[in-house]
Design a protein around this ligand. Sequence first.
Ligand SMILES: Cc1cc2nc3c(=O)[nH]c(=O)nc-3n(C[C@H](O)[C@H](O)[C@H](O)COP(=O)(O)OP(=O)(O)OC[C@H]3O[C@@H](n4cnc5c(N)ncnc54)[C@H](O)[C@@H]3O)c2cc1C
Length: 308
Amino acid sequence: MQTLAERLPPVRGRIMFQEPLAPFTWFRVGGPADALFIPADREDLAQFLAALPADIPVTAIGVGSNLIVRDGGVAGVVVRLAGRAWAEVTPLGDGRLEVGAGALDAKVAEAAAKEGIAGLEFLVGIPGTIGGALIMNAGCYDGEIKDVLISAHGIGRDGRPVAVRRDEIEFSYRHTDLPEDVVFTHAVLVGRGAAAPEAIAAKMADFRERREAAQPIREKTGGSTFANPDPPGTPNQRKAWQLIDQAGCRGRRRGGAQVSEKHCNFLLNVENATAADIEGLGEDVRAAVRADSGVALRWEIKRIGRLA
Ligand SMILES: Cc1cc2nc3c(=O)[nH]c(=O)nc-3n(C[C@H](O)[C@H](O)[C@H](O)COP(=O)(O)OP(=O)(O)OC[C@H]3O[C@@H](n4cnc5c(N)ncnc54)[C@H](O)[C@@H]3O)c2cc1C
């Protein structure tokens, strides 16, 4: 029988086998990818996907800031858009920017500020990439991706280009219905008006400070674990952190994982946690909240891969 290495098409980028994924996630947990592919550019990715046997699964990841990779690792090919080719930010005029899916959200916010494009400041505090932001409808403070997206572009599992306009996408709180078998390569964003770069920079500094005060952003974490059950603006909005606190889970532990004392919708890897510790603690919290308030919290963090 052919090995996975023998079945993969030739590429110009890099392919590594049995590559640990933990270093590529904020939680620093998880097993290896059967194969980890870092494409050189869009053409390399398209040719690879077109020639890849259909039974080999493909999973794209960003910088793993919203991800639990399970301890048994990820089957098939994991695609990571790392490097300059994937992180370009190109002004298109009229407040629009073409942004690579591998670009960090904060870099996009800074590039927009430099161009005097207002409305993208919220991206400064989200520690992911544009690829992850598209999938998650990432947002905070006064904006989310749905407010600034014109179109998302990627390569389908068959190697063909895919383009999706904003009005074709269903957005909800930290969720989009973008197809799961597309590796998104870039997006076109548009600002919400113009402002002096200094005014935009001041707003970004304010967002950064507020986040630092409220969240454990220097820990091994995946950010908000569960989506708020009610969208922003709902009267008497129920927040996940309040329900978790009320259920007595602040500081709760399982193995090396802990519910943050600072923000109890954040789970932390405090002491060499495994992915099973973190996911198990999340399920403990869900069960406690369900018993306390009857609410079934929905995981906002994506969990991928095999159990060990
Ligand atoms: C300290 C901290 C604070 C956070 N604060 C916020 C916040 O305020 N607001 C917020 O919205 N989020 C927040 N997050 C969560 C996270 O940063 C976002 O969800 C972010 O958009 C994830 O991007 P990523 O590149 O890390 O994606 P990953 O975590 O790597 O992946 C997330 C999902 O996107 C998919 N994906 C990633 N790239 C691609 C691609 N190119 N093509 C196809 N699919 C892709 C993955 O398969 C996965 O399903 C926070 C996280 C942390 C650790």
